[in-house]
Design a protein around this ligand. Structure first.
Ligand code: PRP
Ligand code: GUN
Ligand code: MG
Length: 165
């Protein structure tokens, strides 16, 4: 379950939108891209924002599950990349892979092997996986858990100095 020694980095919708837009800005000098492959589920939201900003209309998914809550389990591919996108990439099309974050790098390594020539982008990166990402926006320490807006709700927060209010 939750590791009490872990720091937490909660991200609001507004901040996530801004960071995903910043990623799109950074990618403008690398594209244009012919297609986006979102790593579902976490990559779906940033992939939508990046595809909108960069006018990319061909959007594909690959579904990978590596974590149960905050615990890393066996990595599973639940949906493969379609043959038409693999063929496009083989014929020289420029493909962009998008995920919300890279942590240990096992998801990134797996998907990179499916599309060896593609550009891999994430919004956040932790040190263990950073080398596997071509473009990212914010680095967070390895002992930080990132909480995405779709996993959060507005709730009471105790005062920083302790006690209650
Ligand atoms: O670098 P790694 O250690 O592989 O961790 C990063 C992956 O973990 C999370 O996905 P998760 O497996 O939790 O599935 P989800 O996207 O459906 O939330 C996250 O969205 C990345 O895809
Ligand atoms: N939400 C979330 N999922 C992850 N998967 C691997 N690392 C993380 C993280 O820091 N936050
Ligand atoms: Mg994921």
């Amino acid at each position: 379950m939750n590791n009490p020694n872990q720091k937490s980095f909660p991200v609001s919708w507004d901040q996530f939108h801004r960071d995903s837009r910043a990623l799109a800005w950074r990618l403008t000098s690398i594209g244009p891209f012919d297609a986006v492959v979102a790593i579902a589920r976490g990559g779906l939201v940033p992939a939508t924002i990046v595809a909108r900003e960069l006018n990319i209309r061909t959007v594909e998914t690959v579904a990978v599950k590596s974590y149960d809550h905050q615990n890393q389990g066996g990595i599973k591919v639940l949906k493969e990349i379609s043959q038409s996108i693999l063929d496009m990439a083989k014929n020289g099309a420029k493909v962009l892979i998008v995920d919300d974050l890279v942590d240990t790098g096992s998801t990134a390594r797996l998907v990179r092997d499916m599309l060896p020539g593609a550009h891999f982008a994430t919004v956040y990166a932790k040190p263990m996986g950073r080398e596997l990402v071509d473009t990212f926006i914010t680095e967070v320490s390895q002992d930080t858990w990132i909480f995405f807006p779709w996993d959060l709700d507005v709730a009471y927060a105790a005062p920083i100095g302790g006690g209650t209010d």
